[in-house]
Design a protein around this ligand. Sequence first.
Ligand code: ZN
Length: 273
Amino acid sequence: MIEITWTGAAGLIISNGEHTVCIDPFVTRPGKMDVLFKKLHPDETAIENYTKGLKGNVHAIVVGHTHFDHALDVPVIASRLAGRVFGSTSLESLMEISGLPGRTRVCKYHEHFNLADTISLTMFPSIHGRVFLGRVPYEGEISQDMHLPFKARDYRLGDVYMPRIEIGGISIMHAGSAGCSVKDLAGQKCNVLFMCVPGWKRCPDYTSALLETLQPGIIVPFHYDDFTTPLSPGIKPHKIPFSDMKGFIKQIAYVMPRAEIRIPLPLSPMLFG
Ligand SMILES: [Zn+2]
């Protein structure tokens, strides 16, 4: 059995009990005023609770892109864990200026890694969704001449990946933003597809060609929580306004009538396999 826990935003903990992979760990959840006006600081207590809940060996921390709701907490989490950190050159810069040089494996698109006996990672290219006013927020790169702490807008996008984790015979893909590059996924399939909800209407391929290509048996909509509000385990979170989750579910059920759609609750492990 594989256990997957959604930790808010695009965060997942994927574990077979012995081995664990973390994707986009983000637990600080700064409030709206902080996001708009202040410099952001990782919440050490929230991170302590996160890392002490991890099971077995953590083999990897995987980062799909470097917006703050994906990357803010990565340096502090990585400093407490032994696993390798996988992501973009923008992530490598963030790690360097956080005092963690040499910890990041900068991934080429389509690059494949064996993480442990039964676990592998492939970093497929992807495209960020058009979220605010039809635009991709905070484009560009984090560079090594920047100084922490950053404001939200300084957590620039960097390269965007759609990671695939194979674990215990199950393949899991992570669409941490509502965009995709279907041509880069030709011939790929997965068993479980995690799909970011906000922004889905602005990328028609995302809820049609992507699903027809990957043919997931299980679809898990996530990143639907308002990540400027706190999370409680097992309790429905505040949703991001105007993301039209109902319309999203109707659309994916129409395109993939045989797929199971599982709505995750935060910090509640789901079992697969
Ligand atoms: Zn983003």
